[in-house]
Design a protein. Structure first.
Length: 195
């Protein structure tokens, strides 16, 4: 966000037009969000490609603006506002927009459409908000259980590169915490080149 930063994404973020939310979060969050973004872009199947809200099928949970399309433009001011809000269930400025966005999304889904959560399922910060709205339609990859952020990011990058989609199971009633699975094979590491 510094005026001294001259690389393309920084310049784009500071411009009046802004930069894609997903790309900014991937830069800020590192491997974990890069993995989520690459995976979601590879495997999402949007229910209505003409609907601007879900056109790409990739939505991002924000700290104070609910669900936003990964390709929506954000500015430096937007990111500063995000940084000022904790992602905490007791924070109404986080929870209310997320609930509203989730209800809007749920109402637009057809009967055969599910929602895959690629965020943390071990804590309640997403699950406790989304599960009451989506119920059994809220899925997650059980391969996430026991993995830390970086391991999940690496797993998703590998899957996006190989074209092998993970299996999903409903969040409700699932085991969401467990022992660490074996480490990912370093030989399958992929380099992320950006969007």
């Amino acid at each position: 966000m510094s005026d001294a930063a001259q690389f393309p994404l920084a310049a784009q973020l500071r411009s009046p037009e802004g930069a894609p939310l997903g790309d900014v979060f991937a830069f800020v969050s590192g491997l974990y969000f890069r993995g989520k973004l690459a995976y979601a872009r590879r495997f999402s199947c949007p229910p209505d490609p003409t609907d601007r809200f879900v056109a790409s099928g990739v939505l991002v949970i924000t700290p104070n603006a609910g669900l936003r399309a990964a390709d929506v433009a954000v500015t430096r001011e937007s990111i500063q506002a995000f940084a000022g809000e904790p992602i905490d269930l007791t924070n109404a400025r986080y929870r209310r927009p997320l609930e509203q966005g989730a209800r809007t999304l749920c109402a637009s889904l057809g009967p055969d459409c599910d929602v895959v959560l690629l965020g943390s399922i071990a804590s309640g910060k997403y699950v406790e908000v989304l599960l009451p709205i989506f119920g059994d339609r809220l899925l997650f990859p059980p391969a996430f259980v026991g993995r830390g952020d970086m391991s999940r990011g690496g797993l998703m990058l590998r899957c996006a590169a190989s074209g092998e989609e993970l299996e999903y199971t409903p969040v409700g009633g699932a085991v969401r915490q467990g022992s660490h699975p074996p480490k990912l094979d370093p030989a399958t590491r992929v380099r992320f080149s950006g969007s």
